[in-house]
Design a protein around this ligand. Structure first.
Ligand SMILES: [Fe+2]
Ligand SMILES: [Fe+2]
Length: 165
């Protein structure tokens, strides 16, 4: 079944959004490097790589459906934050927005009875549950830590162990 123009445009926009997410997390990674929090930086670098993989899933879906991928300019993300807590608050809020984007894509696919796109999007619904959970878990841990630098370094060490998926 040929991909509709409407869905093709929407998925092309999502490719851009996923790459913007990668850029956002790379910027957050660079911020953590500048604060000597290399574990946090590592976690964000892995997250950025995951976002590129998300973009590629959408890219491949368009290609496999004989659609046309059109890449577009990626706007600059923020470069500085007040604290590790603020970084993760923003990361969590960003993932909540991405969840809505994925739901909107699913609504278009459902309206068009595009079962192939619906099936492809199922993976993303599950992924968003994971993304929200893991960013919110770190938000909550940072809240518990508060101003304690010692405990912050313990979390930094924990985050340094994140594996590439
Ligand atoms: Fe993503
Ligand atoms: Fe993930």
């Amino acid at each position: 079944m040929i991909l509709s123009k409407k869905l093709e445009n929407a998925i092309n926009k999502q490719i851009n959004a996923e790459l913007w997410s990668a850029y956002l997390y790379l910027s957050m990674s660079a911020y953590f490097e500048s604060k000597n929090l290399s574990g946090f930086a590592h976690w964000m670098k892995v997250q950025a790589q995951e976002e590129v993989a998300h973009a590629m899933r959408f890219y491949n879906h368009i290609v496999e459906r004989r659609g046309r991928v059109l890449v577009s300019a990626i706007t600059a993300p923020p470069t500085t934050w007040k604290s590790p807590s603020q970084v993760f608050d923003e990361a969590f809020k960003h993932e909540q927005k991405v969840t809505v984007m994925i739901e909107n894509l699913a609504n278009i696919a459902a309206a068009e009875k595009d079962y192939a796109a619906t099936s492809m999007l199922k993976w993303f619904h599950d992924e968003q549950v994971e993304e929200e959970l893991q960013t919110d878990t770190i938000v909550q841990k940072l809240k518990m830590i508060g101003p304690s630098t010692g405990t912050l370094f313990m979390l930094d060490h924990e985050l340094s162990k994140r594996k590439k998926e």
